[in-house]
Design a protein around this ligand. Structure first.
Ligand SMILES: Cc1ncc(COP(=O)(O)O)c(C=O)c1O
Length: 444
């Protein structure tokens, strides 16, 4: 069957439960670009949803994986150790956001990491309940979707979810019906107040195993948690013996300009979760805690057929090395300043300003929130319906992959962390032109 005909086969035989941004078949990926069978070469500001952080087919990462393929592929983790697993721990120990984080378990996906963290916190504390954040996203498996509050589509039609999940509003102005210029300190106070209320009214501390938080909320709209909020949550956890699970599946591994986003706050996670950029495209997630905690588990409580795959671990070792050798953090911070400056200048243009609520984020995890007709703000009267999707579609036409996120009108920038200055300029130009054109077309 010819490649083109496969498109039709896919449209007929791939589940409707899976959405797609564009038609066509991806045939290759190099650095910051994806190649399609129809000849399109697109600048990739999605990195496959924050995964190919060092660009597609990074030579050192792909070589490490290829070499490992010729050595041993499936070195099952419950049979014995394998070298890449241990090398990865050797690499990760020195970059942990807190020295107490010294016990590792590797799985395949972010959702599985969340499942493991929920399970661990319940076993270790002997308590049933978990507190999550309104707007938070933790995955599509049963436990993970039970603590997900970003969009109902992820659990619609499932009836009762896993019991014992409670939520408070994440410190995001929308969640309190406030304006975008509300100070982070005020938002932090409001969320902490809600947390204290929840612990007094809905789930007693002695019934609460864990609080799970994304340091930068991804699916919920690319909203960084104010450091004072994270510190406040840590204090409450310490006071009541509740475990703090920091989910850095999307925002960790150099994405925000620090190795871990949580570093900015100085907060110590009890369990830290990583995936996505960890192995630059090979399925791998990490559940990291402290030995004193994980020593309470019995052998067999953790595991999985493919958990900590040797090829994925070898790729992740190369990722950590490349982050250091190629001075990725410095590049993230330099490109981030350029991106923020350009987006803020665009948002200040007289024709554009009424349509942009906020430019926000950290490092190369940046969101632009447009005015929305659905969740009104004072400027919503002139809002263009579905502006984020219109801009994303226009960017695609012009050769840039840019994703939307959240129930609000948000587009998210997640370019490769090693993106060049020129590629960043090119992407910004496409986006700025797309925004101006869509506004002009829909303001007539
Ligand atoms: C913060 C966060 N946690 C968990 C997940 C779930 O990861 P996966 O899709 O690998 O199961 C995601 C995925 O987008 C995520 O962004």
């Amino acid at each position: 069957m010819a490649l083109r005909a496969l498109q039709t086969l896919g449209e007929t035989h791939v589940t409707k439960g899976l959405g797609r941004l564009t038609t066509g078949i991806m045939t290759g990926g190099q650095g910051s670009y994806i190649q399609f069978d129809d000849g399109r070469k697109l600048l990739d500001f999605s990195t496959g949803i924050g995964v190919t952080s060092l660009g597609h087919c990074h030579p050192k990462v792909s070589k490490a994986a290829a070499d490992q393929c010729m050595n041993i592929v499936h070195a099952q983790c419950s049979i014995a150790f394998h070298e890449p697993y241990l090398r990865l721990i050797e690499r990760l120990l020195p970059v942990m956001p807190h020295p107490s984080l010294d016990s590792f378990f590797f799985w395949n996906s972010g959702s599985e990491a969340v499942e493991a963290a929920l399970k661990m916190s319940r076993i270790v504390t002997g308590r049933p309940n978990v507190i999550c954040m309104q707007g938070g996203y933790h995955g599509r498996t049963y436990g993970a979707m039970s603590v997900t509050r970003s969009k109902t589509i992820y659990f619609e039609g499932n009836g009762a979810l896993a019991p014992g999940a409670f939520s408070i509003p994440y410190p995001y102005w929308h969640h309190f019906g406030l304006s975008p210029n509300t100070s982070p300190a005020e938002l932090a106070n409001m969320s902490l107040y809600q947390l204290k209320l929840l612990l007094a009214q809905s789930t007693a501390p002695k019934d609460t195993a864990a609080i799970i938080i994304e340091t930068v909320m991804g699916e919920g709209g690319y909203v960084p948690a104010p450091p004072e909020f994270l510190r406040g949550v840590r204090e409450i956890c310490d006071e009541h013996g509740i475990m703090l699970i920091i989910d850095e599946v999307q925002c960790g591994f150099a994405r925000t300009g620090k190795f871990w986003a949580v570093e900015e706050s100085g907060v110590r996670p009890d369990i830290l979760l990583s995936a996505k950029g960890l192995a630059n495209g090979f399925p791998l997630s990490a559940i990291i805690s402290r030995k004193e905690v994980t020593d309470q588990l019995k052998p067999g409580m953790m595991g999985g057929t493919y958990a900590g795959n040797a090829v994925s671990c070898a790729a992740a070792v190369a990722v950590v090395d490349a982050i250091k050798e190629e001075k990725i953090l410095a590049n993230v911070n330099a490109r981030s300043s350029e991106l923020f400056a350009a987006l803020k200048a665009l948002a200040a243009e007289p024709d554009v300003a009424p349509h942009i609520n906020e430019v926000r984020g950290k490092g190369l995890m940046v969101g632009v929130e447009f005015a929305s007709t659905t969740y009104p703000l004072p400027n919503a009267a002139q809002a263009i319906p579905k502006l984020a999707s219109l801009v994303s579609a226009k960017c695609l036409e012009k050769g840039l992959v840019l994703l939307t996120t959240s129930i609000y009108e948000v587009v998210r920038f997640i370019p490769p962390l090693n993106i060049s200055e020129q590629e960043m300029k090119d992407g910004i130009k496409v986006f700025s032109d797309a925004v101006r054109e869509v506004i002009q077309e829909h303001s007539k």
